[in-house]
Design a protein around this ligand. Sequence first.
Ligand SMILES: NC(=O)c1ccc[n+]([C@@H]2O[C@H](COP(=O)([O-])OP(=O)(O)OC[C@H]3O[C@@H](n4cnc5c(N)ncnc54)[C@H](O)[C@@H]3O)[C@@H](O)[C@H]2O)c1
Length: 456
Amino acid sequence: MGAVIDVDAPEPHRDSAAPSAEGTAAPPAEGTAAPPADSTAAPADSASPHPLLDPPDQVAVAVVGAGAMGAGIAQVAAQAGHPVVLVDAQPGAAEAAVDRLGRTFDRLVAKGKVTEDDARATLGRVTPHTTSDMTTVPGVRLVIEAVVEHLDVKRAIFRQLESAQDPRTVLASNTSSLSIDDIVGRATTGHDAAMHGGTSPALTHPGRVVGLHFFNPPPLMRLVEVITGRASDAAVLDAASELMRRWGKVPVRCTSTPGFIVNRVARPFYGEAQRMVEEGVADPATIDLALRDAGFRMGPFELTDLIGQDVNFAVGESVWRQTGEDPRYEPTDWQRRLVREGRLGRKSGQGVFTYADGAAVDAEPDARRASELVGGPLRTDPVARTLAMLVNEGVDLVHRGEATAEDVDTAMTLGTNYPCGPHQWLDQIGAETVRAQLVELDRLYPGGRYRPSEAL
Ligand SMILES: NC(=O)c1ccc[n+]([C@@H]2O[C@H](COP(=O)([O-])OP(=O)(O)OC[C@H]3O[C@@H](n4cnc5c(N)ncnc54)[C@H](O)[C@@H]3O)[C@@H](O)[C@H]2O)c1
């Protein structure tokens, strides 16, 4: 895969649909048996540590939400051999998603990536189901929810699922920004609480709820962040992680902290560059070039134009708000203005750059300026500033006990396509140097954004 794909991205990058990569992330299915009438019935036995890990043809999966993510997750599960119910409230949406899946498999067959028999069997395992009443979803062993990113909607869905599914059924959310604890816990604010006379109840079995945060597009992106709620059962987390491995994915673990790993640690990649443009250090194309020369597949400006400035801004603002407006994550007025002016990136024809026929027409870097900046004074060095901040984020996440160093590095290389992870940069640059850089930046820009992690 030749391009950076950010988790924020609403659309797959054009390169990500390259023939070499299409549909190859999940292992082709072997078992093609029809779904059992009641797939929740089989209890765990000594040969199968968790019912989720029984042979895939016996482990029915429901995916709720047949949008960009849900349809992709359904494809991955079906390719791994599971019977899949694809649920959507919007009439026709689940059927349309299955039709699109059919066309994807036609292309894969034409390219010789899968046999016609496998394609037909995989498609035959996906059943569309239209409802907004989750109690009508057939009994399954795993539900993955991928509906709109709205806490009240997700809470209502999980409550209905809990009331109808077997207590052993694992319930997962693909949320990219909501807390698993908020989805399962008691609520005293918001629409859901109001609908329950001021307090909406917690789930009765929160241990079986985890986050399974896939990246876009799910069939191509190997990373899955397995999110641990405060009440999540260790056995459920282990089984969900192992299942992801069996689906050809690379699971990493993280607590339900704002932004999880990737959306949290990546913030300064965008923020430092925007601040440097705000300060007049260099133009966006020149800063992009400096970072590409440092090994990043795309610079922060071309990448946010691809993701959508509005989407990238919303993710950043959500992390900032959820961390109690920590200055480390404060969005820039510069990006806020882009969004307000409708300069959203490629999708609106203009963002940081102007686009015609899918290409930027005004992204002309000053190559000499780019090479002068790198290795020069810290304040005007886009690479040193960005790397120091990425390292600070990575080590601080580990220091707070949210994830392991290994998982942080894996997540950042697979989830964002960075050339290496924060801890690898830490080894290359040295903790003392990174700390000294942050102390200098903190002196230049007081206020807390550049405060070094205690781990440095
Ligand atoms: N798009 C991404 O890049 C991305 C990446 C990772 C995670 N996510 C998360 O995945 C989830 C889905 O995102 P998406 O981009 O696929 O959204 P989407 O808008 O493409 O699809 C959402 C689907 O959910 C359906 N839906 C809404 N309310 C429903 C309900 N009550 N019951 C059943 N179906 C309902 C809608 O009809 C729609 O088809 C969100 O939580 C999002 O944060 C998105």
